[in-house]
Write a protein that binds this ligand. Structure first.
Ligand SMILES: *Cc1c(COP(=O)(O)O)cnc(C)c1O
Length: 382
């Protein structure tokens, strides 16, 4: 094993793919402190700036009166009443019958998919789906078919060819994709799900708080919540908190409480986290200008990048700038760091070979003046 570890690390180093951790502290105004320096932060998923919202911080402080930790898993004695309050709110927000809180999005995807799917299931999953989805499918033992990214025709082809051989079919996709910032063709996927009698699960990790009339996500925006069986998302991104949820039927919720191992065998979220997540849902409702401003700025930013000749994709607050080679992505990010901007190079295996990129995520705290200056600094790089 030691030899395998050594050779793994050496290989990663040689390929410019070795990652390491840097400690950092998020600051107000979309900034970040790393080491002794401050940067404008373009790599945060705190899209609405809620992680530093005074009302959310206060809600967390008040809930510390309960306790810091939750002391046990939900099925033992860790089910603080805030869980139920949060689940009722999430169910309404997501336009579903019921909801269940999870400790993280990773645990949610891993647990939900492995509890619902089994060896007899055929899973049809977008090729760019998050690692937590891929791992959930693997753990379930289901047969895994990956359709080309956002390609409903390919999904249809696979369903026509394979669906008849399976007991159950399960389709899963992100709605806003985390590394490309583009949006799944949900109308077509819903149509196929019905035609082929499949269960549909969507991951709204990057859409919740941003899209839809009340900020619920892409399912709401496209008026499809009632057609989707399982809607999951996380509190850790636009909601500025921590933890995750699934919104679904009462029956699926009951099943998960009894069968989902990542739910059953893990200590419940602390009350302070639950309380701040609840408050974040209120803020999303009360302050729609946050998401509207963000999406407007993202549209302007993307347009300006294209004008300068950059290769970008998508139509959300996540703006990838594709550079190709791993080394070039790293030196581009270094260049921007010298200019006072924190951007992360994203390399394989997180994205496909030859598509290394900067993943720029915009937040409500970036104003248009900052964005213009940022683009000038990007254009300086050659
Ligand atoms: C971040 C993310 C997750 C995991 O959520 P956490 O709460 O951070 O564990 C799941 N799915 C997608 C698409 C994500 O981007």
């Amino acid at each position: 094993m030691e030899r395998r570890i050594k050779s793994f690390l050496k290989k990663r180093q040689e390929e410019d793919l070795l990652r390491s951790l840097t400690s950092s502290i998020p600051l107000k105004g979309g900034r970040i402190r790393v080491g002794g320096s401050e940067y404008i932060n373009f790599s945060s998923n705190d899209y609405l700036g809620l992680s530093l919202h005074p009302e959310i911080l206060l809600a967390a402080k008040k809930a510390l009166n309960f306790s810091f930790g939750s002391s046990a898993s939900r099925l033992m004695t860790g089910s603080n009443p805030l869980n139920q309050a949060l689940e009722e709110k999430v169910a309404r927000f997501k336009e579903k019958e019921a909801s269940l809180v999870f400790n993280s999005g990773y645990q949610a995807n891993l647990g939900i998919i492995s509890a619902l799917c089994s060896r007899g299931t055929y899973v049809f999953s977008d090729k760019l789906n998050h690692a937590s989805i891929v791992d959930g499918v693997r753990l379930s033992g289901a047969k895994h078919f990956r359709f080309r990214h956002n390609d409903a025709n390919h999904l249809e082809e696979l369903l026509k060819r394979e669906r008849g051989k399976a007991k159950d079919a399960f389709i899963v996709t992100e709605t806003v994709f985390s590394m490309d910032g583009d949006i799944a063709p949900l109308e077509e996927i819903v149509k196929l799900k019905k035609e082929h009698n499949a269960i549909l699960m969507v991951d709204e990790a990057h859409a919740t708080g941003i899209f839809g009339k009340t900020g619920s996500g892409i399912a709401e925006e496209k008026n499809l919540s009632s057609e989707i069986d399982i809607i999951m998302g996380t509190f850790g991104k636009a909601l500025g908190g921590f933890g995750a949820y699934v919104a679904c039927s009462r029956e699926i919720r009951d099943y998960l409480i009894n069968a989902c191992r990542s739910f059953i065998y893990s200590t419940a979220l602390p009350p302070a986290v639950l309380a701040s997540n609840l408050k974040a849902l209120e803020i999303i409702k009360k302050e729609p200008e946050r998401r509207r401003t963000l999406l407007k700025n993202a549209g302007l930013f993307r347009g300006a990048l294209k004008e300068k000749g950059f290769k970008t994709k998508g139509s959300s607050q996540i703006v990838p700038v594709i550079v190709g080679e791993n080394k070039k992505a790293v030196s581009f990010s270094e260049h921007l760091k010298r200019k006072g901007y924190w951007t992360m190079p994203v390399r394989p295996p997180t994205v496909p070979e030859g598509e290394a990129r900067l993943r720029i995520s915009l937040t409500y705290d970036h104003d248009t003046g900052q964005l213009e200056k940022f683009i000038e600094s990007m254009a300086d790089f050659s």
